[in-house]
Design a protein around this ligand. Structure first.
Ligand SMILES: [Zn+2]
Length: 293
């Protein structure tokens, strides 16, 4: 499929596909190939269908949830995508930490203190905790997500439930330090890696599209918690805009080179469909730039 049009904000005008050198993006820069990893740091069992799907049966048991952070790196750049939940916040909310995200990153040779780019898909507690460990990083966030997390809807528990006011406030302080890089919709952060606002689950949720040796893959984060949410069009119950969430399933398929290259944000099947990058990372991380089983 053709990559979606990204809006070049500064440099050369976009070239049509036929005028581009092979392996180049719209601006003529060579596209990097990324290694991509999912690092599992927590899990949650005993789910009911009604907790995973709108209209699900409250008596029927359903898939567990796994919790991940993701890593995408090329020769030139390293991007960490989301930072997991804070262990105390997780414990208060009944979530069991298996392995702190910074430890999983460390096993893959990444020191949280040296990372320059952290993409925050959205500000829910299980995606933005621990961001203080990334002392050198810029945080890539959608305008719409910060507006949502600090705006009128947070007065309603239905929308604010998965946010931690202290974490949102701490991120506001990072804005004042100049460390938040805001994006509005689609944004190319580097040749071969771009952000795309989907909304739905939260108003400013973004997903990450990454060029790998097997093609363009998409880290869906909470645009699809589980494979079943997107494949069966059964939306997840924590939602701001159900229409945008369902439209998001279509958008994910448009962004990925094939539907099996979309990686859902909380599905335990991810750990089974992909292989660990090494024996020491069994059960901790899997490599996503390989064909899933
Ligand atoms: Zn979420």
């Amino acid at each position: 499929m053709t990559p979606p049009a990204l809006t070049p904000d500064t440099v050369a005008p976009a070239r049509p596909p036929w005028a581009r050198p092979r392996g180049a993006n719209e601006r003529g820069a060579t596209i990097d190939t990324y290694e991509v990893f999912a690092i599992r740091y927590a899990s949650l069992a005993n789910r009911k269908a009604s907790e995973n799907f709108i209209g699900g049966d409250p008596h029927e048991s359903a898939s567990d949830l796994d919790y991940f952070v993701w890593l995408a790196r090329s020769k030139a750049r390293t991007f960490v995508i989301d930072t997991g939940f804070d262990p105390e916040v997780g414990a208060r909310r009944g979530r069991r930490m298996l392995n702190p995200p910074e430890r999983g990153l460390g096993l893959l040779g990444v020191d949280a203190r040296k990372v320059k780019d952290v993409i925050i898909t959205h500000l829910h507690y299980d995606h933005v905790g621990n961001f203080g460990l990334f002392t050198e990083a810029s945080f890539h966030l959608q305008d719409e997500e910060m507006a949502y997390a600090t705006g009128r809807h947070m007065a309603q528990g239905f929308f604010s439930y998965a946010y931690e006011a202290d974490e949102v406030a701490a991120m506001v302080r990072e804005v004042y330090k100049g460390r938040v890089r805001f994006h509005d919709g689609d944004a190319e952060l580097a040749p071969g890696l771009s952000l795309h606002r989907i909304g739905g689950h939260t108003k400013g949720l973004q997903v990450v599209r990454v060029r790998t040796r097997i093609g363009w893959i998409v880290l869906a984060s909470d645009a699809a918690h589980l494979y079943a949410n997107m494949n069966e069009t059964r939306p997840f119950p924590i939602v701001f805009d159900a229409g945008a969430m369902v439209e998001g399933y279509r958008r994910l398929r448009e962004l990925a080179d094939s539907p099996d290259l979309i990686v859902p944000g909380h599905d335990p099947l991810v750990m089974r469909r992909y292989a660990a990058p090494g024996a020491d990372l069994q059960g901790i991380a899997v490599r996503l730039d390989q064909r899933p089983k």
